[in-house]
Design a protein around this ligand. Sequence first.
Ligand code: G6P
Length: 703
Amino acid sequence: MCGIVAHVGSRDCVPILLEGLAQLEYRGYDSAGLAVVNRSGGLRVHKAKTRVAGLGSSLPARFKGGPGIGHTRWATHGEPNDINAHPHVVGPVAVVHNGIIENADELRVKLIAEGAEFISETDSEVLAHLIARAGGYLPRSGGTEGGAEYAADALHENGTAANASTANASAADASTAKASAANGTAGGGSGRNGAQASGKAGGTGKRGSARNGDGTDRALGTDRAPGTDRDPGTDGDLEEAVRQALTSVVGTYGIAVLDARYPDRIVAARNGSPVVLGIGDKEMFVASDVAALVRYTRQVVHLDDGEVATVRADGFHTSTLDARTTTHEPSVIEADLHSYSADGYTHFMRKEIHEQPRTVERALRGRLEERFHTAHLGGLNIDARQARAIQRVKILGCGSAYYAGQVGAQLIEELARIPADAEAASEFRYRNPVVEADTLYIAVSQSGETHDTLAAVRELKRKGGRVIGVVNAVGSAIARECEGGVYLHAGPEISVTSTKTFTATCVVFSLLALHLGRIHDLSPADGARVIAGLHALPGQVSEVLAQEERIADLAKDLTGYHGMFFVGRVRGWPIAREGAQKLKEVSYLHAEAYPASELKHGPLALVGPDLPTVAVVPDDELRDKNISTLGEVKARRGRILAVGHGTLDRRLADDMVEVPKNEPELDPILLSVPLQLLAYHAAVTLGNDVDKPRNLAKSVTVE
Ligand code: G6P
């Protein structure tokens, strides 16, 4: 959801910002912009309704310098256009913001009454005004002209103003800017070196790695060590201005702030939207996602909610909103650059679908304990006695994470015989849930940053519930807030629509179900049976992928229809839901999922030659029931694509995709793969932007 990148160091930051934004574009892609302090100490801004590549190619040759901040946007307040694009600028201050300022309207009215002029429709612009004011800048004209190059720096360079309205503001600002910069450096600069140095010194260890050396997991929630020392002062006027501005703000934010009067630093802050600092060699980075940093550094620090950081070329200093110094041990990013490149594939979605044999293997690595026919999950932080006391399991997530949670709930009920269900975290958090002491709550999230899921975790914690995470992004907010949990180790997922993390989540739930099952009543023989099934999975996923060409042909055919039904029963039901979700997300075809048993209770009215049905039909104890459903569709001359096992009579469906048979509990994992390929090829046939589908963002970090 929107991407932030910032750099401070001696080199020109523009190529770094553009490269970082390109890596973050999957988080938001309706407009983009940059602000840099140029060599003469002035602020230059360039932003437009364009993708990052378009922004780069439209930059004037003179657009160079540093420090700088950049942003790629996913619109929430105000349509995507040049003016609403970030950075938002007030005088010497430029701000990029992820999140939502909930009291923006109220603040806007107040600021206008005080003489501020707003030019965008965004909530983010209030931040620029608040920070500029708190930092002593009182503009006579508040803004910039969207799209065109902003030349607030013109007077710093040669005395030529870009336009009359900004000329006065810049003229008024030019002298103060230089004077304050000197004060800022003298007053706030050196005093923070101790903290910066300790931040760097701690960065050599593997504390941030999610696995121990032996391949086992370490606990989620253990990679930071907040300090509580009262900081005697603040890091210069810019940090203080940001701190002061944020006291009047209600909502979520991840921000990076640049002030031309302080050309040695960037100030960042976080509340609800991720901010990560990257530690380089005499240079520092700020980003909303490590994807923007891996090219430059592996050492990172994740800010916590309510933290402010001042970042200079030689280090960083972090503190709370009330100016208490905090300390962080840098963690090491495990992923390499390779994970962030499409590697010869046309789309990340296809690359990630094809990565699944490896991601399934990685999710299993070091976690199977053959001797006791169980799974070992090092980060759970639940001993056998506590596990026995669990009376119920409640799984929470959004979108694909929710559907994977539904697969997980079935696995836990089947293997551990503990009542389990999944619910959309976005609903759970608002319905004043009854939180039970003997229930294990599990938050599922690829990004670990989804606002609704995080809010559900916090609601649970507030009520004393025990919540663990099943998360992909190491060190993310949900991972840190949970008591423990299991990482997916699927590597970065770049395509907006989830594929490899869906299957990895299901695999992790298989392990958890096996672990809980063997503590409850699952027999050693059944444990061994499940383990054999898990070992077989990677090879079987490859077998499904080998059928891509055929599935692509079927997808082409299906794009001729205006929509389709997806049906499945019990184990097949979450797979049908996820299949429909994938198709909707990337092909924009209407797809609706129903439990197969519900078809006759209403939706059958729509079945006919114009509406095909994709039926998930595993060869399990419900096969005959599913065959009846196929009959109901056939009787209405509805076209059927069945996804199932070789034992199904092919005459029951018009088309069939066969997946290898595994253990019945694990079959759903394999059944989901053809549906990913179906959605992908439908989208390609329709000429859609597969990795960046319209109206979607990779992780929704706002309300
Ligand atoms: C967004 C994405 C979905 C994703 C969901 C949960 O809605 O568009 O594809 O499944 O967020 O994301 P998470 O990172 O929490 O798994």
